[in-house]
Design a protein around this ligand. Sequence first.
Ligand SMILES: Cc1cc2nc3c(=O)[nH]c(=O)nc-3n(C[C@H](O)[C@H](O)[C@H](O)COP(=O)(O)OP(=O)(O)OC[C@H]3O[C@@H](n4cnc5c(N)ncnc54)[C@H](O)[C@@H]3O)c2cc1C
Length: 448
Amino acid sequence: MTISSLLENCVVLARRKVVAGIASLLAAPACVRLPVPTDFDAIIIGAGVAGLSAAHALATKGRRILVLEARSRIGGRAWTDANSLGVPFDQGAHWLHNAEHNSFTQLARDKGLALKVADTSDRQLYCAGKALSDENATLRMNKATSDLERRMFIPSILPRDSSLAPFLSGDEWRDAMIGIAAFSLGAQPDRISFEDFLSLEDGEERTVSGGYGALVAAVFKSVPVRLDHRVALVDWHHGNRIAVSGQWGSATARHVIIAVPPTVLASGGIRFSPDLPQAKAEALGKFTVGQFLKVGFRFEGMGNRLPEYHADICRLASGNLEMLVADQFDPVLTLIASGDLASELARQDIAGRRAYAIERITQTLGKNAAGRLGAVISYDWAADPLSLGSFSAVRPGAGNARRKFAQPLQGRVHFAGDAAPGPFATTVYGAHLSGLRAARQTERELAR
Ligand SMILES: Cc1cc2nc3c(=O)[nH]c(=O)nc-3n(C[C@H](O)[C@H](O)[C@H](O)COP(=O)(O)OP(=O)(O)OC[C@H]3O[C@@H](n4cnc5c(N)ncnc54)[C@H](O)[C@@H]3O)c2cc1C
């Protein structure tokens, strides 16, 4: 069934309802707009930040686009859950990385939303549950960071796609710094590539009132998206058209932008006919299921008076990748686990995750804090078949997998997402830039 036949059915249904006098049940206006085209300049698969950015750019150029999204909402891994805790909670992306150079900072300002600098000095560090004095901790942290940098930047010490494991030294502080980098990429140091580590952005981070996911949804509100339209097959040898289909029907276009995570593609989440070339398939297999698991609590009473970050240096150094984060706008306290710990927690049900988080909060902040915890929420992105992980990090030994991921096929099948190469890879802003890049490639070809 094609989109147009699907919508024609919808019109018939709507007319029957009119006949029956059930005016209030009239179908949505989209159902009566006929004829509905099934051939487009470009089809964009996935309405995460990358797909939405590409779609918005092409629509602005007047191109006929179709955006297909499997979920019932837009935003993908940028998702603010407004209901579960009674206040906004970012189930996915939360920090605007390198905020000075990240266009979402200006977009938030344009919408009149408040931003707060996520100040990494607004933190309390611990070792084995004991709070460390800030002065001492800062000194040791700075020394460890400069030691590590000196070691890392000895010319050609290691290939860029080696892991971070060779930099572990047994020095608690230095290993903790590596732990923090690994935490940010969602995997243990031996599964993080040096290259990805180098691409982590240093600049200022900010959080936005109402949540990052809500900001993304507001920015791209005007992009027309077909929700609940999961793509099953991309047939890219269809004359000069590419055919895209799923249970909803099929449509064709001159170009397709595939903006779904590489982990989803590698698992066969979308079939290709003919199969993807071997180099592309191999590149897809080199991305890890970077795992970041949040256990968020409604936290009344002391949320805004707490430092934002609470990290146990000794636990991080020994590979327990976790932090407590106090939201700067809303009464929310979140335990964030990463890497193996996140995978371990993901195997537990919500009661198990809650119990673990309460134990850690009690050990870190005391019984008084634990007594203030209310409703709890936790989402497992690795088990979600539409994301299969949190970040598109690459495995050590992956060579230039990011570049190969982003390379178009025959100049008409394009790939976008946080897996694409660039300084902001694995982030919302990186996904945005890659969507714009794919739109530019598409526009160039269409204009020929
Ligand atoms: C817990 C967590 C915390 C994070 N924290 C931050 C942070 O603080 N700051 C930051 O910048 N980044 C963060 N990230 C990373 C950031 O969310 C991602 O890098 C970014 O959102 C990726 O966007 P994308 O468009 O590439 O992919 P996605 O957002 O995954 O979008 C892909 C879309 O494709 C859809 N799709 C999949 N398969 C199909 C199909 N067959 N048919 C149709 N549609 C399909 C999906 O439903 C999804 O909507 C975090 C991620 C997670 C999970």
